[in-house]
Design a protein around this ligand. Sequence first.
Ligand code: MLT
Length: 326
Amino acid sequence: MTQRWIARIGLTLCAAAFTWQASAQDFPVKPITMVMPYAPGGPGDVITRVFAGAMQKTLGQQIVVDNPAGASGSIGSARVARSRPDGYTLLMIHVSHATNQAMYKSLPYHPVDDFEPIGRATSGPMLVAARNGFPAKNLNEFVAYAKANAPKISLAHAGVGSASHLCGLMLMNALGVKFNEIPYKGTGPALNDLLGGQVDLLCDQTSGTVPSVKAGKIQAYAAAGRARIPSLPDMPAIAEAGVQGMDINISFGLYAPKGTPKPVLDKLSASLQAAVVDPEVRARLDSMGISAVPVELARPDALRAHLKSEIDTLGGLLTKAGIKPE
Ligand code: MLT
């Protein structure tokens, strides 16, 4: 190969790197897609739309939310993993980013190696809800009825490894029972069926359930943890009925594909940090019983550490429950 050819290739590569860096500096110059891999109307969708709205303000470009739902969020996550690492396709996801690795034998991506963490966004409790007319008026009656009739009781969730599934699993483990599980593509459609009386139980985050409880459209027996939920102060925590081993809190985080340039990641993380301290965002989340994380957690290292701890702890919970990877 002649000297001239080598010089030409070198120049081309430099030009490409320069363009790449230049485009990273100018980011964003077109609309961004934020993928939420669960069905519209659910907690994930609501939270993603709140952050898309806030981050548009600081990034100065439209952010479009896309909901390719299914397989506990792995379909949408795979789409982001294989998308161009230029900052224009992002993933908002929660605990299932950690559990999917334990749940699917041939997951077409690696939750750590194929993504760049941008930062954590929210943290929120879960609760145990039932359809109106479910034959229990309070937590103690619910525990007694569930233990006596479990196989007849249907439990909705958003797929194996999802937040609502993990919460349901913890509830079944804590009560020593097995409900009849009904999977959905998200808790948005699951809540609709609970409102319609088609299913009996749903363990869900608070964004959809709290307004329905307050409107008397569904019943809620307990917060799925040790503490009560501030927006439902009269509802006990499940530990108050002597039910041990249930303590779940759901945190959403934002990711980009592996290889996204650092200047782009820095801009996205700075925009996320602005969003978590934005009074409108905090008020909106508050009204749904969810918290924006403290600003120091809306950073890559905090999300990286959080994902690692979830992978280390939750994979074990699923395996202990005898759930085999699909
Ligand atoms: C949703 O957004 O539908 C939920 O976060 C799904 C789940 O329960 O994990």
